[in-house]
Write a protein that binds this ligand. Structure first.
Ligand SMILES: NC(=O)c1ccc[n+]([C@@H]2O[C@H](COP(=O)([O-])OP(=O)(O)OC[C@H]3O[C@@H](n4cnc5c(N)ncnc54)[C@H](O)[C@@H]3O)[C@@H](O)[C@H]2O)c1
Length: 421
């Protein structure tokens, strides 16, 4: 077993660090955020998928958190799980990856395995990460071992976690790959090796681009199906009975989170920057998914119009404002642009979400507080919009109390007062 340092103790790094500690590695979680570090060392988790009890068990297994980068000097394995957002111009923002690689370069010792897990464009590990780690002096595959292994964690997923989600690994040299496979095999059931680091980087972007494009497909279809009076949801259920060659994706209010709206842009940016032409599928999917919240607002306006009401002054209840069910993560949630658009039209907004007691969806500092009585809020609304289906919400009871419901998740049966997107 090794001395491992996991850099970045967020949604990806913390569960991974605890799983490695459970398997017997001596694990230090390194992060910049001092208050997160203090809480972690006191057994207080800031991540939905990690309970305080899981964290306490980790601390008993020898896990500890720190902001002192010199811990890298004692590591046999360093795993990087820092954010890779988009920059202002929509391109990749690799500042955190670069800063981390520089820190590793400063402290790394002979024989250390350095693995990048942050999602990024193909070529990053070899062209950006490795030169900073080696400082142009250490020989890769001999003095230092470098690999890419995409993180596939699905926050909130009760069935698939770190252990039973196969791990893809691509090394810069075969020796690097072998070291990384051996490391992950100690706490992940299945490890899959790719030809090189670029193929592992590409595998992750292929997975997320596949989702992005297929979500866009149904988000475009739902618009014309509505106008053609075709129940797309029913058609998808029917198509889904085909036991081969079809995978069901359902329409929704848009895409959110740290991955689907961002990762495909890394790929299209890379194609444009390196080759000078567009990755058209991604650009189209982005356009369609980006417009989905606006379509929700448009449907709200049309439904209110049917009962002789305007959006201005209407009481609108938004149900579920996170980007996924059963987690608190609001990053890139489509509920935010939906709220902004309805607010701009003069609606009086309320929301309910057991994971978000206070919500700041607007560009200014206004704050909304979650309704404590969802059914009463639905009853007094002019329209209730289902944006997320958290297990803790009784969506049927909320819908029964509401005069009119727009269901963007297809979780209710259409009826006199319920319309699907
Ligand atoms: N969240 C997901 O569902 C998910 C799934 C698969 C892949 N990913 C990818 O994994 C990576 C990490 O995502 P996340 O969701 O865990 O992010 P996160 O924001 O939850 O956590 C990142 C952590 O890194 C820390 N950090 C930032 N810069 C640092 C630095 N220079 N040194 C040390 N710590 C630093 C931050 O303080 C934060 O605690 C991203 O590339 C993301 O695209 C995320």
């Amino acid at each position: 077993m090794s001395n491992a340092v996991v850099i970045g103790q967020g949604y990806v790094g913390l569960p991974m660090a605890l799983r490695a500690a459970e398997a017997g590695h001596s694990v230090v979680g390194l992060d910049l955020n001092e208050s997160v570090i203090d809480d972690l060392n006191r057994g207080i988790s800031h991540i939905d998928d990690v309970s305080d009890a899981d964290l306490s068990a980790g601390l008993k297994n020898g896990y500890r958190a720190t902001f002192d980068q010199s811990c890298i000097a004692d590591a046999d394995v360093v795993v990087v799980c820092v954010p890779t957002p988009l920059s202002e111009d929509g391109g990749p923002d690799l500042k955190a990856v670069e800063a981390t690689a520089r820190s590793i370069g400063q402290f790394v010792t002979d024989g250390t395995l350095c693995i990048l897990e942050s999602t990024t464009y193909p070529g990053t590990t070899e062209e950006v990460f490795a030169p900073l780690v080696t400082r142009g002096t250490l020989e890769i595959g001999k003095e230092v071992f470098i690999a890419f292994s995409p993180e596939r964690i699905d926050p909130g997923n009760k069935k698939y976690g770190v252990k039973n989600t196969p791990k893809v690994v691509g090394g810069i040299t075969p020796g690097c790959a072998a070291r990384a496979v051996d490391f992950y095999a100690t706490f992940v059931d299945t490890v899959v090796s790719t030809k090189g680091a670029k193929e592992a980087e590409m595998a992750k972007l292929l997975e997320n681009t596949f989702r992005h494009v297929n979500i866009a497909l149904v988000n475009e279809m739902v618009r014309f199906c509505q106008e053609l009076d075709i129940d797309l949801w029913d058609a998808i259920d029917a198509a889904d009975t085909k036991p081969f060659g079809f995978m069901a994706f359902r329409p929704g209010p848009g895409v959110g989170g740290h991955c689907i709206p961002i990762d495909p842009s890394y790929l299209s940016h890379r194609v444009k920057a390196k080759l000078g032409y567009a990755f058209r599928m991604v650009e189209l999917a982005e356009e369609i998914n980006h417009a989905a919240p606006s379509y929700v607002a448009q449907r709200v306006a049309l439904i209110l119009n049917d009962s002789g009401k305007a959006v201005r002054g209407a009481r609108i209840l938004l149900v579920g404002v996170t980007y996924k069910p059963d987690i608190a993560d609001q990053r890139e949630s489509p509920a935010i642009p939906v709220a902004r658009e309805l607010d701009k039209l003069g609606a009086h907004l309320e929301y309910v979400d057991p994971f978000v007691p206070e919500w700041r969806p607007f560009k200014d500092d206004r704050v909304l507080f979650a309704s404590e009585d969802a059914e009463a809020s639905a009853a007094s609304s002019d329209i209730t919009v289902i944006l997320q289906q958290h297990g803790g919400l009784d969506i049927c009871a909320i819908a029964a109390a509401a005069p009119v419901v727009l269901d963007t998740k297809g979780c209710l049966t259409p009826s006199d007062n319920v319309q699907r997107l």
